[in-house]
Design a protein around this ligand. Structure first.
Ligand code: FAD
Length: 386
């Protein structure tokens, strides 16, 4: 599409900040920037008709971290890095609740559980010791609430609840009251509304093809016949980062999900993790939302395709019938199946840095962007001029 002189002097006029990607990170960064400087001219460029990565397509866990996941993270990247990412999640969750009221984003804090099986990858004999270790180091690092001068526990062993919840072949259960759940598209829409009301422009259906940094700013080429000039560019394309930034350690990882029809007498409420987080499920009212199983087919799930695959969907259905629902339960109909694109790398930490003069990135949310995006945004803003 060729652009008119009027469009050139408005929609595509030079900007002070252009953000690529209208997911949580792009939106939270626009939110932080416009609140710091209400006069800043900011445009978000999004290639989809709606945001088309992970932010409106995830499971809606405002995830805090589970016992086996955090113990694995200590091994992978050391205690200090693990503490830093959990602190980002905790502070991010506080920030979400401070900015938006619970009703606007359907926020519920039923807490998060981790399920364990005897003989699985995690040795459940270690559970009480791991819970004690994590409670000891996490509470002071995060500054969680105290009662009678003592930190409230972050994790507890709730294995005695298993019969009540109806799960099959589950032998231990850990609980944390800090995890919540929300409607991620409502959070995206609330952020969009908030930043647009303050003058941020969002252009959908606008895909950035190339950019070139120069001494006065950055020239951006899009799929439209429009070139946009900006003083600063921030790239927030997470799982798609390599398309514009091939040098970065970010690999796309597809996450597949389904949701069932309403299940009468669904026995649980909350968010649940199994197999080091490779399976996750929650209630949405009295429906079951289940996702994961990426570890069944790592190679083919390293994709930005938003299709679902028969293998993963079948694995999830089997997991639902063999583990989550009681033994005699009728198989519920699956109402919707979908997928989204996450951004992963060798370690589970976001990349927030300046790459070239006037060019910055905030990518690689490692499957925890709902929670950490508000803090990633604050860190990105610290690098930029405003
Ligand atoms: C199935 C699934 C379950 C998940 N569950 C959870 C969870 O429970 N808790 C949690 O914290 N996190 C979860 N996540 C991860 C979380 O959703 C992401 O970390 C987060 O949404 C990433 O936000 P983002 O803004 O970095 O990226 P995205 O939301 O992917 O946004 C990037 C945007 O950039 C756009 N874009 C890409 N390239 C271009 C281009 N060249 N030009 C213009 N636009 C472009 C894309 O269309 C996209 O909208 C899950 C993800 C999935 C897929």
């Amino acid at each position: 599409m060729a652009i008119s002189v009027w469009e050139q002097s408005t929609y595509f006029a030079p900007k002070e900040v252009v953000i690529i990607g209208c997911g949580f990170v792009g939106l939270w960064t626009a939110y932080e920037l416009i609140n710091k400087n209400p006069k800043l001219q900011i445009t978000i460029l999004e290639r989809g008709v709606i945001p088309s990565g992970a932010s409106t397509r995830n499971a809606g866990f405002s995830c805090f971290g589970s016992v086996s996941e955090l113990m694995y993270d200590v091994q992978l990247m050391g205690e200090a890095n693990m503490l830093e990412t959990v602190k980002m999640r905790y502070d991010g969750l506080q920030r979400i609740q401070k900015v938006f009221d619970k009703k606007t984003i359907d926020y519920d804090q039923f807490g998060g559980y981790e399920l364990f099986e005897q003989g699985g990858a995690y040795d459940i004999k270690k559970l009480d010791a791991d819970i004690a270790y994590l409670n000891k180091i996490l509470a002071p690092a995060l500054g969680t609430p105290k009662k009678n001068g003592k930190y409230l526990p972050i994790y507890t062993n709730e294995s005695k609840q298993i019969p009540k919840l109806g799960f099959q072949k589950i032998n231990a259960l850990a609980f944390s009251p800090f995890e919540g759940q929300l409607n991620s598209a409502k959070l995206v829409l609330a952020l969009q509304k908030e930043v647009q009301s303050k003058g941020v422009q969002i252009l959908f259906n606008t895909e950035v093809k190339k950019f070139k940094s120069h001494k006065n700013g950055v020239t951006i080429k899009t799929n439209l016949e429009a070139t946009i000039e900006t003083k600063q560019l921030l790239i927030c394309t997470n799982g798609f980062a390599k398309q514009l930034l091939p040098e970065l350690d970010v690999v796309p990882a597809r996450g597949q999900v389904f949701i069932t029809e309403p299940i009468p007498n669904l026995k649980f409420k909350g968010t649940f993790h199994f197999d080091e987080g490779f399976y996750y499920f929650r209630n949405v009212g009295n429906r079951l939302l289940l996702g994961g199983a990426r570890n069944k087919d790592f190679k083919n799930e390293k994709t930005t395709s938003l299709e679902t695959s028969k293998l993963i969907q079948k694995t999830l259905e089997e997991f639902m019938m063999k583990r989550i629902l009681p033994k005699d339960a009728k198989k519920p109909n699956i109402e919707l199946r979908w997928s989204g694109t996450m951004g992963m790398g060798k370690i589970k930490k976001p990349i927030i840095q300046q790459l070239q003069p006037n060019v910055y990135c905030a990518v690689r949310m490692s499957g925890m962007g709902v929670a950490i995006a508000p803090i990633v945004a604050q860190r990105a803003v610290k690098l930029m001029k405003h």
